[in-house]
Design a protein around this ligand. Structure first.
Ligand SMILES: [Zn+2]
Length: 136
């Protein structure tokens, strides 16, 4: 497996099957998560229908886990993939106190908020536990 999706570092949330979830390094938007396809593919239409279906189910599970932990007003999903050869979803809970609630997160310039190792681990573990606790 590619190193990019094999690391279980501080920000690792879980391995969902076809994808792996990590907390984003920038937690300015609390709970900002990346869900990364394990294999190399850059477009939805490069996946088989079955694989695409599994990825969407995994995306939905991660979003539900983030909902349990962060109780957002809205969940955002973005699929860009211009820089790495793995399809990866940006899953961003938009909390009730979001500073820019009507616009994509990209449109708000900010200093990245990097958590301490302990805080990142605690947050990733909370999402992992929610994920494990979800009914199918
Ligand atoms: Zn790779």
């Amino acid at each position: 497996m590619c190193r990019r999706v094999a690391e279980r570092g501080t920000h690792w949330i879980g391995d969902l099957g076809t994808t792996v979830a990590y907390l984003n390094d920038d937690q300015f938007f609390s709970g900002y998560t990346s869900l990364i396809l394990k294999r190399h593919a850059t477009e939805l239409y490069h996946l088989t229908a079955a694989e695409r279906g599994r990825m969407i189910e995994e995306l939905s599970r991660v979003a539900r886990a983030l909902d349990v932990v962060f109780r957002p007003a809205k969940m955002n999903y973005e699929l860009l993939g211009n820089r790495v050869p793995h399809i990866h979803w940006h899953v961003v809970p938009r909390l009730p106190d979001d500073p820019n609630p009507r616009w994509p997160v990209w449109t708000l310039p900010h200093e990245p908020l990097r958590l301490s190792v302990e805080a990142a681990r605690e947050r990733a573990t909370a999402v992992h536990s929610a994920l494990v606790g979800l009914a199918e």
